[in-house]
Write a protein that binds this ligand. Structure first.
Ligand SMILES: NC(=O)N[C@@H](CC(=O)O)C(=O)O
Ligand SMILES: [Zn+2]
Ligand SMILES: [Zn+2]
Length: 342
């Protein structure tokens, strides 16, 4: 196949940041995607309807002229979020979900939840108004092996949560393991997003020829058997699995550091990366469902009507993208990509 036309996709898990970074990264997403679920882990986080409204306005203000993009906002769940805030969020047209970060699990998660039980009244309210809960699904216990944190989260927190709130719609974000795929498959009102890096790479890439910080994200890349399970899920045509890049920009110096930040920047070329992953298992015919249909179906939003075309035109991913006085290093920087969006 040399070209592929699909309905314009959406990104159901995206970090846009704020200020100069927002302005630098947004055009890349707008080029490819009609909508995105925008993560609330700013400093300070997006905790209220007022915060989300102001953040949305800052995003709308920097959409490149003549282009359209719809930011779908999320609220950052804390120990102190009130059920009233959920009701107020539900009453807006643009807040579409609530995001749970375990305190300390990932970038800007210090205000995250210390114990899920603190949020029971909020979960009840969310279940009542059918507001989806998005999970960074990892435990933070120092005693749990880094590579087991998602699996342990499912057993310690997610299974009990779904038992207490079976009607709550939940997205396990950026799934990385066969265990997560199996759990999502077996559970009602449960979906998952999958990133390009988790479809394309196993943990080996982190150490290929030396330590490679631009492949470090959370949850961390896992062994090859898990990557295979994710690829199978993404290309299965099962609507429980859909596209969420988790593009997470960090300036080069914050990645290439003695204590480097977690996050891969993939907004530059996300749909092309996914095309490559799907082609690797001869499943390009399944890309449109994953990228353009199952996300809006889950969020109960209309599917996009515009189309985009990808052509088989090899190009080289740049070494870096400018970011003020510094730069961002995209995923697979400097390497060849075989698909290009027209
Ligand atoms: N995925 C990451 O490694 N980083 C994300 C946070 C997150 O999604 O966990 C970020 O905001 O940088
Ligand atoms: Zn996360
Ligand atoms: Zn993320």
């Amino acid at each position: 196949m040399t070209d592929l036309t699909i309905t314009r996709p959406d990104d159901w898990h995206l970090h846009l940041r704020d200020g100069a970074t927002l302005k630098a990264v947004l055009p890349h997403t707008v080029r490819q995607f009609a909508r995105a679920i925008v993560m609330p882990n700013l400093k300070p986080p997006v905790r209220s309807v007022a915060d989300a409204t102001a953040y949305r306005d800052r995003i709308l203000a920097v959409i490149p002229p003549g282009q359209t993009f719809e930011p779908l906002m999320t609220l950052y769940l804390t120990d102190n979020t009130s059920p009233d805030e959920i009701m107020a969020a539900q009453a807006t047209s643009f807040i579409k979900a609530v995001k749970y970060y375990p305190a300390g699990a990932t970038t800007n998660s210090d205000s995250g939840v210390t114990d899920m039980r603190n949020c029971d009244r909020v979960f009840e309210a969310m279940q009542q108004v059918d507001m989806p809960l998005l999970l960074h699904g990892e435990v933070t216990d120092a005693g749990v092996d880094m590579f087991d944190r998602e699996k342990v989260f499912i057993h310690q927190h997610l299974i009990p949560l779904k038992e207490r709130y079976p009607q709550l719609r939940v997205v396990l974000e950026h799934v990385t393991t066969a265990d997560a795929v199996e759990f999502v498959n077996a559970t009602d009102r449960m979906a998952a997003t999958i990133t390009p890096q988790h479809l394309l790479f196993s943990r080996n890439i982190l150490f290929q020829g030396g330590l490679r910080p631009h492949y470090y994200c959370l949850p961390i890349l896992k062994r090859e058997t898990h990557r295979q399970a994710l690829l199978q899920a993404a290309t299965s045509g099962n609507p429980k699995f859909f596209l969420g890049t988790d593009s997470a920009p960090h300036a080069r110096g914050d990645k290439e550091s003695a204590c480097g930040c977690a996050g891969c920047f993939s907004a530059l070329h996300a749909i092309e990366l996914y095309a490559e992953a799907f082609e690797s298992v001869d499943a390009l015919d399944k890309l449109e469902g994953f990228a353009s249909f199952y996300g809006p179906d889950f969020y109960q939003l209309p599917r996009n009507t515009e189309q985009i075309t990808l052509t088989k035109t090899p190009w080289q991913i740049p070494d870096a993208v400018p970011l003020g006085t510094t730069e961002l290093v995209p995923l697979r920087a400097g390497e060849k990509l075989s698909w290009q969006m027209a």
